[in-house]
Design a protein around this ligand. Structure first.
Ligand SMILES: CC(C)(COP(=O)([O-])OP(=O)([O-])OC[C@H]1O[C@@H](n2cnc3c(N)ncnc32)[C@H](O)[C@@H]1OP(=O)([O-])[O-])[C@@H](O)C(=O)NCCC(=O)NCCSC(=O)C[C@@](C)(O)CC(=O)[O-]
Ligand SMILES: NC(=O)C1=CN([C@@H]2O[C@H](COP(=O)(O)OP(=O)(O)OC[C@H]3O[C@@H](n4cnc5c(N)ncnc54)[C@H](O)[C@@H]3O)[C@@H](O)[C@H]2O)C=CC1
Length: 438
């Protein structure tokens, strides 16, 4: 067991690696060597990455891929995707190509309102608190003007501040429920700064408020923080085509395909076990774009899944239906994304990803990301109701298995050719490789 260490954060990167290697690994030289092998030779670039977070030892690579052929609201995009899972990028690309020939994707942002709350406790009379809040509301806006001035110029700012009584759920618990628009920023820092200012103003004004002083009532701030539940930072994306333009095989007509597809979505609507996997498939596409564009995937994940159970039961984020001989497929998802701030203007690959997308606004990035989620879901459902997921997924996963067994270039060539006509399984690859090596 490694000994307790004090002051680890103050050690240099090399000292940290030395400590780690000698206390956690039997072969300390090899462990240190692996960590250092991932350092970038460009010292300045490496330092930039080291400084993104804390106690950084090395870089952790994720593939940076692209999915071409996306047509969104009539405009062509090649979408950057950072993801480790095989077949995700291929599925998105295949779906993009399919819908490109059928008019492409439509997307629109419904609203871009974000939320933050000041949580506080107060033991006095509610009506007194309400009067106090009404009195100081203009001051809440006024005192935060130094923070909001520039955001207002960009078209954003504070949209509302409401007093909410939550005492029926938790004794003495109240909140200021506030809404914001943050233009092209995800807005965490702007919102949190405003909230902390509201909390300060609330405390200072309460200390001076006579009815509180006379009744010896106190108002205690518990915390001030944005919410990652943003049901009003919402984007919709959709595709549609005549039913006859859907995939058709000898065994399955386009009508039967549409019917099966819709049933698959309905199952995800009513069955939470399926809905979670269904939405995981959607997030395969969304997270990949969120990561490639330097956004906060934890915030997006938390918000998306909360939205999926907004009516009290976890359900699908996509819908499919037939209307007048046409097949329709759509997604509705909250996405608080930014194209400025955070890592967006720091990470060279993120900057490149933004350029690849034509330097989008946050609103445009919301549309692109929602489309990536819808395309991903289409790819997965298309496979699930036709060939099954394993055929395509394992075809793409073949490279990982071959690399796991350190197949040579020639062995890989033979295996790829062999598995063109045979379904890939882990065991079959091992067997085929064994035969080649005999
Ligand atoms: C994997 C495919 C696309 C193969 O599909 P295919 O028909 O065998 O592919 P193809 O070789 O005929 O190529 C057709 C197009 O697919 C794309 N494509 C094809 N291969 C590549 C490649 N190597 N690299 C990049 N793109 C590729 C590409 O767009 C290509 O066009 P082209 O570039 O030739 O003009 C298909 O089987 C598929 O879409 N499968 C679904 C895979 C999937 O959804 N994976 C996600 C992981 S599973 C999961 O986590 C979620 C899940 C499934 O559980 C969610 C749920 O349950 O809902
Ligand atoms: N619960 C959560 O989700 C939390 C997330 N975070 C982190 O916060 C970061 C994102 O915060 P942000 O405030 O977005 O980033 P930020 O503070 O780095 O950048 C946003 C700032 O950029 C400026 N700006 C310049 N041009 C702008 C434009 N056109 N539109 C809007 N603002 C513009 C504004 O001053 C704005 O406040 C992410 O890294 C996230 O991981 C931090 C705390 C909590």
């Amino acid at each position: 067991m490694a000994p307790e260490i004090s002051g680890f954060s103050k050690l240099s990167k090399t000292e940290k690696i030395k400590w780690l290697a000698s206390h956690h690994f039997t072969d300390d030289t090899k462990a240190a060597e692996i960590l250092k092998r991932y350092w970038n030779t460009d010292k300045k670039l490496q330092q930039l990455h080291d400084e993104f977070t804390e106690n950084t030892l090395t870089n952790y690579y994720l593939p940076f891929s692209v999915a071409p052929n996306f047509k969104i609201n009539g405009k062509r995009y090649t979408i950057p995707m950072a993801i480790e899972e095989s077949s995700v990028v291929a599925a998105a690309s295949k779906a993009a190509k399919f819908w490109m020939k059928r008019g492409g994707f439509k997307a629109k942002v419904v609203s871009m309102v974000k939320v933050g709350q000041v949580h506080f406790s107060y033991s006095g009379n509610y009506n007194v608190l309400k009067r106090f809040f009404e009195n100081i509301q203009p001051e809440l806006y006024q005192a935060s003007k130094h923070l909001t001035e520039n955001m207002v110029k960009r078209g954003g700012g504070i949209r509302s501040i409401e007093l909410i009584d939550k005492t029926n759920e938790l004794k003495n618990y109240y909140q200021l429920h506030c809404t914001f628009e943050t233009a092209d920023a995800m807005g965490a820092n702007f919102i949190n700064s405003c909230l902390e200012q509201f909390a300060l103003t609330l405390t200072e004004e309460a200390e001076k408020y006579l009815p509180f002083i006379e009744t010896n009532t106190t108002l205690d701030i518990i915390m001030s923080i944005l919410s990652n539940y943003v049901p009003n930072c919402l984007v919709k994306a959709s595709v549609s085509c005549p039913i006859k333009d859907l995939p058709e095989t000898e065994d399955q007509s386009a009508e039967a395909y549409a019917s099966k597809f819709i049933q698959a979505i309905k199952i995800a609507e009513i069955e939470p076990y399926r809905a979670v996997t269904h939405n995981k498939g959607i997030m395969n596409g969304i997270d990949a774009v969120v990561l490639a564009t330097g956004n906060d995937f934890r915030a997006i994940e938390a918000g998306a899944h909360a939205y999926a159970c907004r009516n009290g039961k976890y359900t699908s984020l996509t819908k499919a239906w037939i209307e007048k001989d046409s097949f329709h497929f759509s997604i509705e998802i909250p996405l608080a994304l930014g194209t400025v701030g955070g890592l967006t203007s720091l990470h060279p690959l993120v900057k490149l990803a933004m350029q690849l997308l034509g330097s989008p606004t946050a609103e445009e990035l919301m549309k692109i990301t929602a489309v990536a989620g819808l395309a991903q879901n289409f790819g997965a459902i298309n496979s699930l109701i036709t060939t099954g997921i394993q055929q395509g997924h394992m075809k793409m996963h073949l490279m990982n298995i071959m690399n796991q067994f350190e197949a040579t270039k020639d062995e890989k060539k033979q295996l790829i050719s062999h598995f063109k006509t045979t379904t890939v399984t882990h065991a079959k690859v091992v067997e085929a490789l064994k035969k080649i090596r005999e």
